[in-house]
Structure formats: structure tokens, C-alpha cells
Design a protein around this ligand. Sequence first.
Ligand code: CP
Ligand code: NVA
Length: 301
Amino acid sequence: MKHFLKLLDVSPKEIEEILNLADQLKYENKHNIPHPHLKGKSVGLIFQKSSTRTRVSFQVGIHQLGGQAVVLNPGETQLDRGESIADTARTLSRYFDGVMIRTFGQNIVEEFAQEGSIPVINGLTDFAHPCQVMADLMTIREQKGTLEGLKLCYIGDGNNMANSLIVGGLKTGMSVYVACPENYRPDASVLEFAASYKSFVMTEDPLAAAADADVLVTDVWASMGQEGEAEIRKKAFAGFQINRETLSVAHGDAIVLHCLPAHKGEEITEEVFEAQAKVIFEEAENRLHAQKAIMSLLMRD
Ligand code: CP
Ligand code: NVA
């Protein structure tokens, strides 16, 4: 594994390796056992969109690994004034040992990886959110003891989270049921990948998708960059919500995940969110451990 750009590129064996190391790093963190895998290394964190969890979990994670993080917020680099990705990648490769990028097009992280000479981690693009899904898989495995054979249900927009969950879920042996409105389906490349799995089901019926599910996941109806479509989307997504009724058809001990931030009252009710808060904030914590594992595997000597 040279980069971490999308789960389509990561093998089931590599996913398991990341999850196992993440569990180990969480244990070491809780027991104050040092794990300086990035000692003496510098990692760039480039943001072209807002962030709370990604920014903090990467920066703190790099510190815990003995490295140094350099955070570049939206508007702070020459990229935002039109300097090319290729020139930025070739420059930053001379300073950093690795870089995380949160941006719009998937082509930006792919081109950075192609033109630079350091590992690139996707910290969210319009297409994918692979670090979040590694934290989600880690959380499911912690809560359920396994991934193989579980039923994962995603309800909502066929966005970056849906794209990554479908691939991550199928590659780890889960059956994946996705309910999206007709015009808001996951990316064609992901649907093409999923089509070879009998355990993948795409529907427009949220309750059919949720039936007997072990894990229910949702995400905002309008992602970053889609703020102008918020009102149209509210209409299109009516009914694509995780609520009491959804849970009533799911498995009795189903868990609910949300990558956050949540729009309570839209994709999830406040009641369900609060009832599931313990696991949702464990999921948020697991960003830290999962990303430390990814960085260690990509950047340690
Ligand atoms: N889930 C997630 O990526 O959160 P942030 O947008 O706060 O980084
Ligand atoms: N789909 C959301 C995820 C935020 C973490 C977005 O892209 O805004």
C-alpha cells in the first residue's frame, strides 16, 4: 500500500491489517504504552473544506506517533490561488514524509499521489471518505466481535460515505443494503464493483433495506459543497431517515453509526441519535486510532 486514496484500491487483507493495528494502537494509547512510529517525521494536513474530527484526530494522532503535523487550512496555500497540484505535490514532497488532503474532486488526491513522491491519504473528497469508513469498520468489529456475515444498511444520499461504506462493507464480508432516492445513487464505479457481490442490494425503500440489519448508517442529505441544493434535497430525501420505525424492523441489538456532523431531524431523529450516542462517539474516537494505523503502515521506516 503506497497511498490511501479510496477503498477500491485497498485489498481485504490490507483492510484487516489496518483494523488489527488500529486495535493495537488503541490498546497502547489507553495503557500509555509509547508507539513512536512517526518519530522525526512531518506530515502535512491540507484542508480545502471545513473539518472538526479529521483535523483534530490527525493532528493529535501524529503527535501521539512522535511526529509533527503541519496544518494548512482552506485559503492558506497557493493551491487556493491557482498553483497547480503537480507543482504543489512536487514541492511538498521535498518537506513532508506524507500528506493528508481533504478536498473536492477525487482527481485532486489522485493527481497529487501521481505527481508527488510521498504517501497521500484521502481525508474526504466528494467521491470517498475512506478514513471514516475504516473507523466505522473498527467500531462495528468492536461492538459485534466480527464483520463477516453481518448486515449493514445505509440509508440516505449516495455520497462519499455511501461509496466508501459499500466497498468497505463488501470487502470485509458484510452484506450491504443501500436505500437512496432514485436520483441520488452511489457512484457508477462503486455500483459496478458491488454488482459482482450477491450480498449487495440497492433499493429505494428504507424499511426494506433496514429489515434485520445489524448496523444502520446514515449521513447528511447535503454534503459540503452542496449547501445551495439543501432545500431541493430536503424534499428528495423525505423518508430517508433513521428513526424509531427503522430500528423497529432492524435486528434487536442493531447499532447506529453516523460520521458526524449530524443534522438531527433530517437524516436521523434526535431520539435515535441520543439513544445511540455512546457508539456514535466511540466511532468518532476510532478515527484517531484507525488513522494512526494507516499513517504507521504508510510512513514508518
Ligand atoms: N466525520 C468527519 O469527517 O468529520 P469532520 O468533517 O468534522 O472532519
Ligand atoms: N458527506 C459529508 C460527510 C462529512 C464528514 C460531506 O461530505 O460533507
